[in-house]
Design a protein around this ligand. Sequence first.
Ligand SMILES: [Zn+2]
Length: 61
Amino acid sequence: MPATKVTNNCSVCGMNVNSKFKADYKGQTYYFCSENDKMEFQKRPQVYAGLERVSKKGKAA
Ligand SMILES: [Zn+2]
């Protein structure tokens, strides 16, 4: 069994990835289903990498 742990979902849309399309961001490799989604990620990597997930519900009670 291969030990490599790869996320099999596109970081942009969540579909199955094609390993041809990948990008490095902050030391992590992200995979995509298409060139288009890769470009989308590179436009706003902080969004798709999940670093700004709290942007809408960031209010403390
Ligand atoms: Zn995609």
